[in-house]
Design a protein. Structure first.
Lengths: 800, 259
C-alpha cells in the first residue's frame, strides 16, 4: 500500500468531524477505544488475521480522533475564562504566550492569565485572552514586549466580539482553534505594564526576538509617512518574508484578494517551495554535494518554520518537504498522498480544531487537488518553454480544489490566478530572493542596503500594479452569494469521481457532465432569491443602521450600510455583504441612503463594489461632503439615481412604498444633518412598516403636521433610540406593536436613552434592540407578524 | 545463578531488539512505503533498498566459456582458452574478468546505479561482483591493491559519486586489500564513451588519465575496477598509464561486458 496514512488520516478526521456535532461522552469513547485497540492486538498477534486487525486499527484511529476532539472541546468549554462575566474593566496579571501582533489599526496581545481582579475581588483564573488595543502614539510600548514577558493589563473582557447576525457563531470556532478563551479590549497601551521579563534562554523567545529585529530592519528601511509606520512596499515585504500580513493596508489587501494573489502572501506551501528552491540552487552554486544539501535544507526548514510561527499551511508544507528529504537520505520513496495525510494527521493530533479552520481546509484542498489531478492533466499539455505548462496546470489544479471554499467562506470566485501566477510566482520568488539578500545586508550597512531596497520597492510596485489591474477585470474575479452546501458537496463528489475506476458505460462523459453542472452552478449561483413574505432584517452593525427589506417576490431593498466613522473595520464588507450573500442575494433593486452620516454611509462603499445596484435612492445630501461625493462617484453609471421627496409613492410588487419626509429643499445643504433623513412607510396587505433613519424631533413634528394616519405595526426607532427623537406625540400617533432599535453594544453615547425605552413601554410596544438581541428579522406573511432574533435564535409570533 | 540471569537478560534484550526492529520496520513502511524500482513489489523486508531481494537474487554470473586473457564471453561452454584477438595481440592489461553480459536485470541495476544516482546499490553490486569472481585464482593471486577507473571532477559533481570507486571500495574491503583512490585521476573531461563508436573510443580517452602518486603504485600488482566493459578502450588506456608509471601488472574487473 503506497499511502497507509491516507486511511489513518481519513478515519481520524471523520472521528473529529462526527464528534463535533454528535456529543458522545468521553469515558464511553475511551472505553470503546480501549476495546478496539485490544481487539486489533488480539487479531494481529493470536488470531493472525491481518485484515480484521486493520479494520480494528482504523476504528481505533477514528475513536482516537473523536476522543481527542471531545477532550479538547471539554477542556476549552470548562475553562473558567469562558464563563467569566464582568462588564467593567478588570485588572489582569499574566504572561504573554505569544509575541504581540500588529495590524493597520489595532495591535493584539496574547495573555495567559494568572489572576484577574475586579471590584474588590481577586480570582485565580487561568486561560488565554486576546486583547486588542487601538493604535496610538504610545504603541511603541507594545513593540518592546516579547513572548514570556509578565504583564499587568487593564482591559474589558467581552464575549464573542463583533456582530451577531444570523448564523454568526462561525467566529467562535476561530477562537477555539486558536485556543483563545476570551477576547478583550483595552483603551491604550499605557494600561499595559510589564512586570518582569521572560527567561532569555527559551527557544521561542530567541526566535521571536529575531523576528522582531527583522521586522524593525524592514520598518527602518521602508519608512512610512508617519513615525513608526512602514511604507506599503515594506508591509508587503514583511508579509512575504515573515508572514505578517496584518500590516498591509486595507486597499492592498483588497486588491490582492480580488486578484486571487492573496494566498501567495500567506506563508504557505508556495513559500516553502520557493525557499527550498532558492537554497538548493544556492548550495548547488557552492558545489555542495546533493545529499549534504538535503541535510542543510532540512535544518533551514525547521528554523524557518519556527521563525514564521507556523500556520497550518507552513507546517503542512514543512512536514511534507522534510519527509521527502528524509526519504531521500535513507533511499526510500515518498508518496505525496501519504505525506500529505501524515501532515494532516500531525496537525490534527496537536490541535483537532484545525479541521474547522479555513487555513487548514484551503491548504489541504489545494495540495490534495494538485497531487490527484496534476499528473492527469499535465499529460495533455503541450511542452512549453520555462515550465509554463507546469505552472499553468499547478495553478489550475490548486484552484480546482479551493474554488468551493473561497466561494463559501469569502464569497469570491477568482479565475485571475490561473494566468496571473505565471507572472506572479516568478516575481514573488525574485522579491523573496532579493529580500533574503537584503536582510543580512541591512544588518551590515544601511547605505549598501539602499540598492536592494530600491530594487525591492520597484518589484513590489510592479506586483501591486499587476494585482490592481487584474482585480479590475470583473469576469476574472467576482463576488457571489454563499453556495448551497449541496452544490459544494456535488462539486467535490464529481471531482473525485474523475478518479474512480471505470465501471459503467460512458462513465467519463457522465462524470464530466455532472461535474460541469455543479461547477457552473457554483460559479454562477443561478438561484433567484425569492421571498413569499415581507421581511425586514435590521442587522447588527454596531453603531449605525443597515436594514434589508425583502419584498414578496424577488425585489430587495437595502437601507443604509452601517459604517464606522473611525475607519479600520470594513462593516460593509465584513458584516452587511455576508448577510446579503447568505440570503443568496446578488443584486440590490433599491439602495436607499437615508442621510450621509458615516454610520449609515461608510458601509455602502463595499456594498456597491460587491453587488449590482439597480436603483439608488436618496433625498437630501450635501453635494460638497467629501465622503458622499466619493460614494456617488463609485456608483456604476448603469445604476438609476433617484432623488425622492415627500409625496412620492411607489409600487413594488404588491407592496407600496411612500416617502413621508423630507420635502425638497430650495438650496442644497452644506452640512449633513439627522433631520435630512429620508423617512418612508412600507405597506403590504394592511400592515405598515415605518422606517425613520435618524429623524429627530423637528422631522417627527413635521411628519405629524402633514399626515394624520401614520399608525404602524412595525417601527424602526428613529436615531438609535436617542432622547431627541421618539417624541411622545410621535410615538402615540404611530403606536407600533413592535419597535426595533438599531444601536451598538456598549456605545459611548449611552444609547438607547432610558426615557425613550420608557415611552415605548408606556404605549405597550414590544421592544427589540440590536445591542441585546443581535440582528432582528420581522416577517409579515400577509396575516401574522413574527419577530426573530439572532441572539438565542428566538422567534415570537404576533397576531395582527 | 548470575550467569543464568545474564543469559536471560541478554535473550530478553535480543527479543526486545527484534520487536524494536519490527516496530521500526512498520513505522518505515508507514512513513516511506517504497516499491522495487525493477519489479514494483513492496519493499517490506529488512534492509531492502531501491530494489527487492528477489530481483537481486536473479543476478546470476555467466557460466559459459571465456577468453583467459581479455575475458570476453564465448557462446560455448567448456574450458576457457585464448580468443583469436588475444592470440594475435595481447591487450595492455594482463587479464580481465566480468560477471556477466550487459543485459537484463544486471543492465537495469547498473542503469539505476549510474544514472538514477542510487549510490546505495554499490554494496549489492560489489557483493555480486565478489561472489561471481571469488573463485577465479588467476585474478586474485598476489594482488596488492585495488584502483577504480577515475571520473572527471565535473562529472563526479554531476553524479555525486564515482561508480567505479564505490564498487572498488567494497571489493577492497571484502578482500582486505589496499584501496588507491587518488593515485589515478582523469585530467580532462571527454565525451562519455557510451556515446561513441569503437574507433572513436580509442582516440577519445588518449592522454586523459594521469598518475599523481607514482610511488603508491610502484612495483604493485593492481586490480582496476570499472562498471561496464565494452571495447576495453577505457581500461586499456588506464592500464597503459599505470604500467608506464611503474605498476608491475594490471588486472581488470568489471560488472558486465557489453557485446
Amino acid at each position: 500500500m503506497a499511502f497507509p496514512f491516507l486511511f489513518i488520516a481519513l478515519s481520524f478526521t471523520s472521528g473529529i468531524f462526527l464528534s463535533s456535532f454528535l456529543s458522545i461522552p468521553l469515558p464511553m469513547l475511551l472505553i470503546l477505544l480501549f476495546i478496539s485497540l485490544l481487539s486489533a492486538w488480539a487479531h494481529l498477534i493470536s488470531l493472525r488475521k491481518a485484515k480484521s486487525a486493520l479494520v480494528f486499527l482504523l476504528t481505533s484511529t477514528f475513536l482516537l480522533g473523536a476522543s481527542l476532539y471531545t477532550h479538547s472541546n471539554n477542556t476549552y468549554k470548562k475553562n473558567p475564562l469562558c464563563s467569566f462575566k464582568e462588564e467593567s474593566y478588570v485588572d489582569i496579571k499574566g504572561i504573554l504566550y505569544k509575541s504581540p501582533s500588529f495590524s493597520v489599526d489595532r495591535d493584539f496581545l496574547y495573555v495567559k492569565t494568572k489572576e484577574i481582579s475586579y471590584g474588590n475581588k481577586t480570582e485565580k483564573i487561568k486561560g488565554n485572552v486576546q486583547i486588542s488595543l487601538p493604535k496610538s502614539q504610545y504603541s511603541e510600548i507594545l513593540h518592546k514586549l516579547l513572548v514570556h514577558d509578565q504583564v499587568e493589563i487593564s482591559a474589558k473582557l467581552s464575549d464573542s466580539p463583533g456582530f451577531r447576525n444570523f448564523g454568526y457563531s462561525r467566529s467562535n470556532t476561530y477562537l477555539k482553534f486558536r485556543k483563545i478563551h476570551k477576547t478583550g479590549f483595552s483603551k491604550s497601551p499605557l494600561l499595559v505594564n510589564k512586570t518582569a521579563s521572560g527567561s532569555e534562554f527559551s527557544l521561542i523567545r530567541i526566535f521571536s526576538r529575531l523576528r522582531q529585529k527583522l521586522q524593525k530592519k524592514i520598518d527602518g528601511s521602508f519608512p512610512g509617512e508617519n513615525q513608526g509606520e512602514v511604507s506599503p512596499s515594506g508591509a508587503v515585504l514583511e508579509a512575504l518574508l515573515l508572514g505578517e500580513r496584518g500590516r498591509m493596508s486595507e486597499s492592498i489587501t483588497r486588491s490582492l484578494q480580488d486578484s486571487g494573489l492573496y494566498h501567495l502572501f500567506a506563508i504557505s506551501g508556495a513559500h516553502i517551495a520557493i525557499i527550498s528552491f532558492l537554497i538548493f540552487s544556492f548550495l548547488k552554486v557552492l558545489k555542495m554535494p546533493e545529499r549534504t544539501s538535503y541535510i542543510i535544507l532540512l535544518f533551514i526548514l525547521v528554523f524557518y518554520a519556527m521563525l514564521v510561527e507556523g500556520r497550518p499551511s507552513i507546517i503542512r508544507a514543512a512536514v511534507m518537504t522534510m519527509t521527502f528529504l528524509i526519504g531521500k537520505l535513507i533511499w526510500k520513496d515518498t508518496n505525496l498522498l501519504n505525506t500529505l495525510s501524515l501532515s494532516a494527521f500531525v496537525l490534527l493530533l496537536f490541535n483537532p480544531f484545525h479541521l474547522f479552520s479555513l487555513g487548514f481546509q484551503m491548504t489541504f484542498a489545494a495540495t490534495l487537488s494538485i497531487i490527484l489531478f496534476f499528473p492527469l492533466i499535465v499529460r495533455y499539455m503541450p511542452k512549453l518553454p520555462l515550465n509554463i505548462s507546469d505552472i499553468l496546470v499547478l495553478s489550475f489544479t490548486a484552484q480546482l480544489g479551493i474554488l468551493p471554499i473561497t466561494a463559501y467562506a469569502f464569497n469570491r470566485i477568482a479565475f485571475a490566478p490561473l494566468i496571473l501566477n505565471l507572472i506572479a510566482l516568478p516575481l514573488i520568488s525574485l522579491i523573496m530572493a532579493t529580500g533574503y539578500l537584503f536582510v543580512p545586508i541591512a544588518f551590515i550597512s544601511s547605505v549598501i542596503a539602499r540598492f536592494p531596497v530600491r530594487l525591492l520597492d520597484l518589484l513590489i510596485t510592479v506586483l501591486i500594479n499587476i494585482s490592481d489591474f487584474a482585480s479590475n477585470i470583473d469576469f476574472l474575479s467576482y463576488r457571489i452569494p454563499t453556495p448551497h452546501i449541496l452544490t459544494v458537496s456535488g462539486y467535490y463528489l464529481f471531482l473525485l469521481a474523475f478518479l474512480a475506476p471505470k465501471k459503467i458505460k460512458r462513465q467519463k462523459i457522465l462524470v464530466s457532465a455532472l461535474f460541469f453542472f455543479f461547477f457552473i452552478t457554483l460559479i454562477t449561483h443561478p438561484f433567484p432569491s425569492r421571498s413569499k413574505h415581507l421581511r425586514m432584517t435590521v442587522m447588527d452593525v454596531g453603531n449605525g443602521d443597515s436594514i434589508l427589506i425583502e419584498f414578496p417576490g424577488n425585489k430587495k431593498m437595502l437601507i443604509d450600510g452601517g459604517g464606522s466613522a473611525f475607519g479600520g473595520y470594513d462593516i460593509g464588507e465584513r458584516v452587511v455583504s455576508p448577510v446579503l450573500w447568505n440570503k443568496g442575494i446578488k443584486k440590490i433593486d433599491y439602495l436607499v441612503l437615508t442621510h450621509s452620516h458615516p454610520d449609515h454611509l461608510y458601509g455602502l462603499f463595499s456594498v456597491v463594489e460587491n453587488f449590482r445596484i439597480k436603483e439608488f435612492w436618496e433625498s437630501i445630501s450635501p453635494p460638497e461632503d467629501k465622503a458622499y461625493r466619493a460614494f456617488k462617484n463609485s456608483l456604476s453609471p448603469k445604476t438609476i439615481k433617484k432623488e425622492l421627496f415627500r409625496g412620492t409613492s411607489l409600487q413594488i410588487g404588491k407592496a407600496n412604498v411612500k416617502i413621508l419626509y423630507p420635502e425638497k429643499p430650495e438650496n442644497p445643504p452644506v452640512l449633513v444633518h439627522n433631520n435630512q433623513s429620508l423617512v418612508m412607510m412600507i405597506r403590504f396587505r394592511g400592515a405598515s412598516f415605518l422606517l425613520t433613519g435618524d429623524a429627530e424631533y423637528q422631522a417627527e413634528q413635521d411628519i405629524l403636521s402633514c399626515y394624520h394616519d401614520i399608525k404602524c405595526q412595525v417601527l424602526k426607532c428613529p436615531h438609535h433610540g436617542s432622547g431627541s427623537s421618539s417624541t411622545e406625540s410621535f410615538i402615540k400617533a404611530v403606536s407600533p406593536e413592535i419597535v426595533v432599535i438599531s444601536v451598538g453594544r456598549d456605545n459611548l453615547y449611552g444609547l438607547p436613552d432610558r426615557d425613550v425605552i420608557r415611552r415605548y413601554e408606556k404605549i405597550g410596544s414590544e421592544i427589540y434592540r440590536t445591542d441585546l438581541h443581535g440582528a432582528v428579522e420581522i416577517i409579515f406573511d400577509g396575516e401574522n407578524i413574527s419577530a426573530h432574533t439572532a441572539v438565542n435564535d428566538r422567534k415570537t409570533d404576533y397576531l395582527k | 545463578m548470575s550467569g543464568e540471569t545474564r543469559k536471560e537478560n541478554l535473550s530478553v534484550t535480543l527479543a526486545k531488539n527484534k520487536q524494536v526492529g519490527s516496530l521500526l520496520k512498520i513505522l518505515e513502511l508507514m512513513f516511506f512505503p517504497s516499491f522495487c524500482k525493477l519489479c514494483g513489489k513492496l519493499l517490506d523486508r529488512e534492509g531492502e533498498k531501491v530494489v527487492c531481494t528477489s530481483c537481486l537474487k536473479e543476478l546470476k554470473s555467466r557460466r559459459s566459456s571465456y577468453c583467459l586473457c581479455c575475458g570476453s564471453f564465448f557462446e560455448t561452454y567448456g574450458d576457457p582458452h585464448l580468443c583469436y584477438k588475444c592470440m594475435k595481440k595481447k591487450p595492455v592489461f594482463s587479464l580481465h574478468r566480468s560477471c556477466s553480459v550487459y543485459s537484463g536485470k544486471l543492465k537495469d541495476l547498473i542503469l539505476l546505479f549510474k544514472y538514477q544516482k542510487f549510490k546505495v546499490l554499490a554494496k549489492e553490486l560489489a557483493a555480486y561482483m565478489y561472489r561471481s569472481l571469488v573463485q577465479d585464482e588467476a585474478l586474485w593471486w598476489d594482488l596488492e591493491a585495488v584502483i577504480p577507473v577515475p571520473l572527471h571532477k565535473a562529472r563526479k559533481r554531476q553524479r555525486g559519486f564515482n561508480q567505479s570507486y564505490e564498487l572498488a571500495r567494497y571489493i577492497a574491503d571484502f578482500k582486505g586489500l589496499e584501496l588507491l583512490d587518488k593515485a589515478l585521476i582523469k585530467k580532462f573531461n571527454v565525451p562519455p564513451q557510451t556515446s561513441l563508436s569503437a574507433e572513436e573510443r580509442k582516440i577519445n580517452n588518449r592522454g586523459a588519465y594521469e598518475v599523481v602518486d607514482p610511488w603508491k603504485i610502484k612495483g604493485k600488482i593492481l586490480l582496476l575496477v570499472d562498471d561496464v566493459y565494452t571495447t576495453g578502450a577505457t581500461v586499456s588506456e588506464c592500464s597503459a598509464v599505470l604500467l608506464k608509471s611503474g605498476a608491475r601488472e594490471v588486472r581488470v574487473v568489471t560488472l558486465a561486458q557489453a557485446s
